[in-house]
Design a protein. Structure first.
Length: 1015
């Protein structure tokens, strides 16, 4: 049988080798050359001690001294004259001729009998830097051969060398065995090699023929063997210890030709293993041992029954596995503590031949401990629809295949999770599935998990073909979720939870059938799409929608129906919603306290996300007090506001109406909406005022309840009060950073940035164009004692509207050592300018003429008031930066002031009433809380609560800790920006964010320090 390059790794002393190496270790006697040859010998060789030979019975012992090289050939099966030859390179043999058996004294060539009678064993011992070559053998070498090198150089093969039925033993630490051009090996006996940890055995010429004889690798680094076998049983057999890679290739064999690794003794391979066979019929790749690196196997049986069996003592890591066996099928049997893969596993399409039903292709997987993981999840795997069998219990099992995936658990337990992914269908019906953890299935077509003995715990299905089905049968309590395009059927004799661990989405119009002892929509969105779905509770209890750790919502969309003859009970923190129909009959829909109903055309996230829908209930609706009725309004036309219709009785007593106005809706007095219709309507919403009205975003609705409808009418409109947010100006980068979240629901990741001005400018903000949108501005000093000037950007700060080239400038003003600020000094609704010099407690309020959005050029300054208020700052009486706020609604203008040791002293005067020029103000007041913050804090007052009076609340920014503190019923402390930033406040809450999420590392790094990110 031809043998290919194959390595094996479990060595150990073998009793069959002891006699072999004992002979090799016998002392070799040096016999001096006859006197008549001395002159010739010295003339040809200056060595004092040449190569030596001796015949001990039928054993020929040969000693090669330092640097000697020898080549072995054979010319016939006769005595020395026509036998085998050992030819030295540049050296003459010494020893005792024993004609006709051994002849060669004083010659370069040692001739000896090659007849398996006179010489049965040849021992070659090298003493240092020796080389050995297998040359051409015209006939088979008919003796055992032992090569023992100490500090050897190389062993080569450069001719067609043939062994008859004898053994070859090589001991050569660190020496590699290689084949050169023209070299081939034909072995008739066992080959035993010990090359140490660094020597390679590379007999990888395709013309080799190892005739099924065994390689015993005591030690070697890389091993590569190739064999081109004969008609029958041309195996490659390798056992032993291989530190590096093992490659075995079997070519041209016809019948019953295998690669067998580790079959006879423990085998170790420290590197990658690659096994390739091309037998025509009944070819096996077998490997058992400790395989540290990945194992590759290529079985290309051209007629029938190719097989791969790999057994790893530890964790089995697969490289590429490729099996092709046309007609009768094949099998792949893999076992290890755990099994994983680095390459793909392929069963070629030809492997399912005409006799496949009789001899089916099988993939068999097992964990040797029953507690390992089996993970064959390479995206290029192709099991060709053949069945994958689980032959043992396992912890986690994950399989992926192109095409169809068929899985047979064979009644074996999966302790944790099972994952099955098929490009087309996934079929696991042949035997029951028992999975303690999550079962995940992805398929393009059918999902068949309908064995009546299944015991699943949680099942996630992702299926994409609308014309295929998902069928699930289970005998356990089951949680089912995922996304399904086709029709779905889930039946369990236990409790059935929909959602639970994730959303359940029926993505198309196929609908589904769900049956269980109970059915609970749990902790997630469950959407039944636009098809017909039935919910069958075998205990005649209502379907429940309940919350434990999430936000459950049950949905059906336009054209879709959900049939629940035993009713639907929506619990606290849960919702029923959609744009389709719920058929619940007399059992009805009940909404518990804290539950909700809303019409919607999308899966809302969160529950009260804005979307218009029209929801129908065939049956009764009963809403408990403090339950919620969600209502979205985008306009007055049909399809522009939510509607709910109830075919029987609706009771809304004590429930609360939650209205959300869309951004496109512009309310007008008299707008009317019929939001709820019922055959019989009782009760009223419990959150209306004494006039039956409710106000949302400044729009007041009159709510009218009749015997059959609930109607809304707009009766008053009050513009909403903008809510202020926080931001920072970063002097080191001339950047403005605006956080768009509400300070009472703060998210540090919701921000955008605008660059304006240059480093060295003092940045601040205000509504200078009077359009309700904040503008950025800077004050630029011309020098430490020279007046500066203002640069005001006239475009909104919104990221889609900001124009850095739209700005106006002012004439120079000030001394160059002031702090700029903004405020409305004349009550006209747009901000003006201000400068504060704490060295002499001087406030300059500077009126501006009207500035149009987008205006450019220079603007003139209006009335300038110089107001002295408070005491100059000093080390013993330090004052904080200037404060601006609106704390007194009887004043036309905003108020000015300063902070001092935690108090806020505001000038008790209406600035609009002061004349131009100089004024002294002594009266002051202290907004609540009286003490808030400390010396050095920046006063940052704003209407953070959306107070309808428009009055501000106290707030401070502490630059040394990048902290904002807002005074409220529950004080708010927020970290935003970097140490050294200056605080900002204004009405930018809710402005759009960049398309690239601000949470990406690049933007976070731009505005926040590493410490803040870690915190």
């Amino acid at each position: 049988m031809a043998l290919s390059l194959l390595a094996s790794r479990a060595a150990g002393p073998l009793s069959s080798l002891r006699k072999f190496f004992a002979n090799a270790s016998l002392p070799c006697l040096r016999l001096d050359a006859p006197e008549s040859r001395d002159a010739q010998f010295e003339a040809l060789n200056d060595r004092i001690v040449p190569a030596n030979f001796s015949l001990n019975g039928s054993t020929l012992n040969v000693t090669l001294f330092q640097d000697e090289s020898v080549s072995l050939t054979a010319t016939g099966i006769q005595q020395a004259a026509d036998g085998a030859q050992l030819t030295l390179s540049g050296t003459l043999w010494s020893g005792e001729d024993m004609p006709p058996i051994v002849v060669g004294k004083g010659q370069q060539t040692l001739n000896f009998a090659n007849n398996d009678t006179d010489v049965t064993k040849v021992n070659i011992i090298g003493l240092g830097n020796n080389s050995f070559n297998f040359g051409a053998a015209a006939v088979g070498f008919d003796s055992s051969l032992s090569i023992d090198f100490t500090n050897g150089n190389k062993i080569t093969n450069d001719g067609e060398f043939i062994f008859d039925d004898d053994e070859l033993n090589i001991v050569a630490d660190g020496v590699s065995v290689t084949q050169q051009a023209g070299g081939t090996m034909d072995f008739g006996g066992t080959i035993t090699v010990d090359l140490g940890m660094d020597g390679d055995l590379l007999l990888d010429v395709e013309e080799n023929d190892f005739r099924g004889n065994k390689f015993v690798i005591v030690n070697a680094d890389d091993v590569a063997v190739a064999s081109n076998g004969g008609v029958i049983e041309s195996d490659i057999v390798v056992d032993g210890k291989i530190s590096g890679d093992l490659t075995a290739t079997l070519l041209g064999a016809q019948l019953l030709s295998d690669i067998r690794i580790g079959e006879n003794s423990p085998t170790f391979v420290g590197g990658e293993t690659t096994l390739t066979t091309g037998a025509n019929l009944l070819g096996l790749i077998f490997a058992e041992g400790d395989f540290v690196g990945p194992v590759n196997a290529y079985s290309k049986v051209t007629l029938a029954i190719g097989a791969v069996q790999i057994i790893d003592e530890g964790d089995l890591v697969l490289g590429e596995i490729d099996v092709d066996s046309p007609f009768f099928g094949s099998f792949i049997d893999l076992s290890g503590t755990s099994i994983s893969q680095m390459g793909k596993l392929t069963i070629e399409p030809g492997s399912t031949g005409p006799f496949d039903p009789l001899f089916p292709t099988r993939v068999i997987l097992s964990s040797s401990t029953g507690a390992g993981d089996i993970v064959l999840d390479n995206a290029e795997n192709d099991f060709n629809g053949e069945t994958v069998f689980l032959a043992s219990q396992a912890s986690n099992v994950s399989l992926r295949s192109l095409g169809d995936l068929s899985f047979d658990a064979d009644n074996k337990l999966v302790i944790e999770d099972l994952t099955l992914v098929g490009e087309k269908s996934v079929d696991a019906t042949d035997s029951p599935l028992t999975v303690f953890g999550l079962t995940s299935v992805e398929a393009g077509e059918d999902v068949l998990l309908d064995n009546g003995g299944n015991q699943l715990t949680a099942l996630e299905v992702v299926q994409t073909d609308v014309d295929s089905v998902v069928n699930v049968v289970d005998t356990n309590s089951l949680t089912f979720f995922g996304e399904v395009a086709g029709k779905v059927s889930v039946e369990t004799t236990g409790l059935l939870s929909l959602g639970g661990q994730g959303p359940l989405i029926l993505a198309a119009d196929k609908g589904g059938e769900f049956k269980g002892l109970t059915i609970d929509v749990l902790d997630a969105a469950v959407s039944f799409g636009t098809g017909a779905t039935s919910l069958d509770v075998t205990t005649d209890q209502p379907v429940t929608v309940s919350s434990k750790d999430g936000l459950p919502i049950l949905l059906v969309f336009e054209g879709g129906t959900v049939e629940a003859p035993d009713g639907i009970a929506v619990g606290t923190g849960a919702a029923i919603a959609g744009d389709g129909t719920y058929d619940v009959g007399a059992a009805g829909v009940s909404i518990a306290e804290g539950g909700a109903i809303l019409a919607t055309s999308v899966v809302p996230e969160p529950i009260f996300d804005f979307s218009i829908g029209s929801l129908a209930i065939m049956g009764d609706l009963s809403m408990s007090p403090l339950s919620f009725y969600g209502q979205d309004i985008a306009g007055t036309g049909e399809g522009e506001f939510d509607t709910v219709s109830v075919s029987a009785e609706a009771d809304i007593t004590g429930s609360e109406l939650i209205i959300d106005l869309g951004p496109s809706y512009v309310a007008e007095i008299g707008d009317s909406f019929t939001i709820l219709t019922a055959a019989i309507l009782t009760g009223n919403f419990g959150n209306l005022d004494e006039s039956g009205q409710i106000t949302v975003d400044g729009v007041t609705f009159q709510v009218t309840t009749t015997d059959t409808t609930v109607d809304l009418e707009v009766v008053a409109i009050t513009p909403p009060v903008p809510v202020d947010g926080i931001g920072v100006y970063r002097p080191s980068a001339a950047e403005f950073v605006f956080n768009t979240s509400n300070v009472f629901d703060f998210d540090a990741n919701e921000f955008f940035t605008i660059g304006f001005g240059v480093v060295g400018d003092q940045g601040f903000v205000g509504d200078f164009t009077g359009d309700g949108m904040i503008n950025v501005a800077v004050y630029r000093d011309n020098g430490p004692n020279d007046p500066g000037f203002f640069i005001i950007n006239t475009s909104p700060i919104s990221i889609d509207l900001f124009d850095p080239l739209a700005f106006v400038t002012t004439p120079v003003i000030g001394n160059g050592d002031e702090v700029p600020f903004a405020g409305d000094w004349d009550g006209d609704g747009d901000d003006d300018l201000g400068l504060y010099r704490n060295a002499d407690s001087n406030f300059a309020t500077i009126n501006l003429a009207e500035i149009a959005p987008g205006q450019t050029g220079e603007v003139a300054l209006g009335i300038v008031r110089n107001i002295v208020f408070g005491n100059p700052s000093s080390p013993t009486n330090p004052t904080d930066p200037p404060a601006v706020g609106n704390f007194n609604d009887s004043f036309v203008a905003d108020q000015i002031g300063f902070g001092a040791q935690g108090t806020l002293d505001m000038a008790d005067v209406d600035i609009a009433s002061l004349p131009a020029g100089d004024s002294d103000v002594f009266a002051f007041f202290n907004p609540d809380p009286f003490v808030f913050g400390t010396t050095g804090d920046q006063q940052l007052n704003g209407n953070y609560s959306g107070d309808e009076s428009g009055l501000d609340q106290r707030s401070v920014h502490r630059s040394s800790t990048a902290t904002f503190s807002i005074a409220s019923d529950t004080d708010v402390n927020l970290v935003f920006g970097l140490v050294g930033d200056q605080g900002l406040t204004g009405n930018w809450v809710g402005l759009p964010l960049p398309l690239v999420p601000a949470t990406e590392e690049g933007m976070i790094d731009s505005f926040f320090s590493d410490d803040e990110e870690e915190g």
